[in-house]
Write a protein of this length. Sequence first.
Lengths: 256, 739
Amino acid sequence: MDIHLYFTLLPEALVASHLAPEEFGKYQAVGVHRRSSSQSLFFEIDPDFDSGYLPVRELSKRCWPHEHGSPRKSTYLGIYRVLEHLPVQAFGDLYVTTDDGRVLRLEKSAYEEEGDSNLYLYQEFVPVQPRVASSLPPSKFCRYITDRNQPVSVDRIVFCDLGLDDLAVDPVNGHGDDLPYGDLAHLRDCLSSVWRKGTKDVKVVNRFLRRQIHFRMIRRGFFVGGGDEMLFYPMPSKEDMESVHYEWWRSAQTSL
Amino acid sequence: MMNLEPLFWLTPTSAILALIFAFFFFRWMMAKDEGTETMQRIAAHVRAGARAYLSQQYRVVAVVFVILALVFCYMAYGLRVQNPWVPFAFVTGGFFSALAGYFGMRTATYASNRAAAAAQESLNAALVVAFRSGAVMGLVVVGLALLDISIWFLVLNHFIGDDGIPGQKLVIITTTMLTFGMGASLQALFARVGGGIFTKAADVGADLVGKVEAGIPEDDPRNPATIADNVGDNVGDVAGMGADLYESYCGSILATASLGAAAYAAQPDMQLKAVLAPMIIGALGTLLSIGGIFLVRVRQEGSQKQLGAALSRAVNLSSLMIVFGSLGVLHLLGIDNLWGIWGAIVTGLITGIVIGYATEYYTSHAYSPTRKIAESSQTGPATVIISGMGTGFLSTAVPVLAIVAGITFAFLSASGWSFANLSGGLYGIGIAAVGMLSTLGLTLATDAYGPIADNAGGNAEMSHLGPEVRKRTDALDALGNTTAATGKGFAIGSAALTALALLASYMEELKMAIARIVSKTGEYVFPNLDRITSSEEVHALDLTTLVDSFEVNLMNPKVLIGLFIGSMMAFVFCGLTMQAVGRAAQSMVDEVRRQFRDIKGILEGEAEPEYAKCVEISTKGAQKEMMIPSSLAIIVPVVTGMVFGVAGVIGLLAGGLSAGFVLAIFMANSGGAWDNAKKYIEEGHLGGKGSAAHKAAVIGDTVGDPFKDTSGPSLNILIKLMSMVSIVMAGLTVATSFL
């Protein structure tokens, strides 16, 4: 049986499994007996790298089929400080799984900066999970948050950017009533504080991920990296969602 | 046998034409592409479920009908306190109503996959398939109703002899015909309550476990209750609505004919015309409805607005034509007070339109009341419930005032602008209801079209058809939601007018009952101790004298007691039906959870759920739960009559009508507003799907489901059934009032 290596974001863990990504996503979302449901985000990781911290060389020893021959669904290899020990080159495709186990595969793509001066809302996943308002575009945000010269920083980060409607250009008067985030007044305050140039670039909106992610609100996609090294996993266009990935898109919108 | 006006023959002719066109539309629909194998398989599941439900429902109802028919036989031939035609009239009323429901639902379940397949071609193709399939229901209902009325009129005209009292024969014929309305009403109540419980148990069960617990989308074939949910749309919104309006339609025509016979008893020539006028106007409306059906079409790819305009064009044009056509009919009949009676018909039409628009205003998210409910969801489910109930309460004002204005104008117009002409004015109210329902063939088609479009959307979804197809079926479904809300408003409005006409007809039925007692015992003593000893004296009684003799006034505690009981009935009935939905939904939730747990591979889409089991649970739940509320509607008027007499019954009917009418509007509108507030959020406003506002709105919608689809619509029938039971039991009431 093939052994796959996955890096899960909710929670941060390195997991070995005999399940292919689609199966693993379903397993993560709804379990074996289908009595639970939750979102799942994970990367497929190329195990061909050396690490003194993560036991990637012991995959076959740790992940073996069950005695009756069925595949092993998950063997946890690490649950703490995993991201900082994974080389960026080892990151394969990203799998975004809905509550009922529909899996969407996202591939890496070249990142291009948007030529605007909008505001951004980022949801961080690993290693910490705050939701952050920022005036920095994704690449600059990634560099900023992993900059060791800043008072607070992390080695690497996984995050996505979330839609802001009109608040992206005018957090005070812009129309934002159709946004699904709780406490809109607080969000406006946070965005306003980074809107005034010269004061601060980043403001924490929520200190941790309070509920599930509204996948439909992900604007451009997911970002992984540290310093100048950043991978970009774009979300499909709305047209593609409604046609090519319709089952996933429908499920993603049903989550309550 | 009296000579009939040549125009009478328009009634059976239009009935047969309606049935021919219904058959033509059915055949036309059946010849359409059935879609892929998956589409056919899904439709077959829904069809089998609907058939299973209906056969079980009809078996239960048949038992009740047989028992009641035997009771009526005993009362008619044993005790001789009832009209001997009642048992047969009762059974045929129920039979034709059931037949209309069967044909309508059969057509709807064949049409959904065909409409979805047509949506692959164009929006217009899908609209025409869905609408003409809905038209089968509309035309079958009016066709069978007019046929039943025509046959009974001809049969009774042949068998009932002239007893020498001028005008008496038509009074006997029309009051006898009125009793077949009880069969239609009882069947309608079973269809509405049973269908309403079925559909909401399935809907709530499917949503609670499927969407909320398992996180799977609506209309997903992995959900075991999905097929039951689709079956429910058919049994509740097609068969239930059809049976409801069938009995309203029959009730309005028959009550008006009865009032016409009484109002013009002294003028036999005019009397026949007054009796035939509602039938002929119904016939004309049927012909116009057939024409209107062909007007419903859009360009190959019309917009949502054009879809709405296509339906409005047909309904408005037919209504406009009935305004002028009815004037022509009255002119050809040579009826007295032509302009006054025509004014009453126009008043009925306008009242229906006003109620329809008011319903749309309070329930559509294009307007502020529903949007405000949606906005209140941002502060949680409690405020959603509060604002939804507040909107529902407020929404009663316009329909009630419209009915008040309608009754006033119809009465005054037909009575020659005098409140003293009671019988003429009451005839005006009856014919206003006939005017409102005259184009029922078309308005019911727009109603029945809704669930067909809804099922077509579900079929497209489950069959994984392309986004363009789903977009088209979604557009059809959205339009169906609006027409359903308007249709409910129309049903409620017509129920109020019809019930009022039935209340007046009840007084006529009392005269028949007293006449039977006088012929048997030689005298009858009224509660005010007035005594009459001959049938001539009975037939000479006018409405005002009758009311005085039975002491029907607010100073009589029996009337007040009746009013309280009638008002209570509306609320108790709602409570029973809502709790029934809760219990049936709980069984469904348990079953869906069981299937997810026990059948491996359901959620992976590798194993097919046991759809039939969910249909069976909903069916059993509906049959079991509908018995108590339905029985109550029969027992309470009988017991009230036997204990408190005619005064108590009049109080009961008045209390039931006024409380039931307002409560029905409240429930239908608040439920509709909650539903559309949720849809408004799902369109992406106020946070869209999955937001906190959406969760709150979903709770509001779940509460509103039994409001708008079970209890509210059933109230329409409750108020009419209580009147019908009172009419049929008038003999017993007159003979055995204990207090």
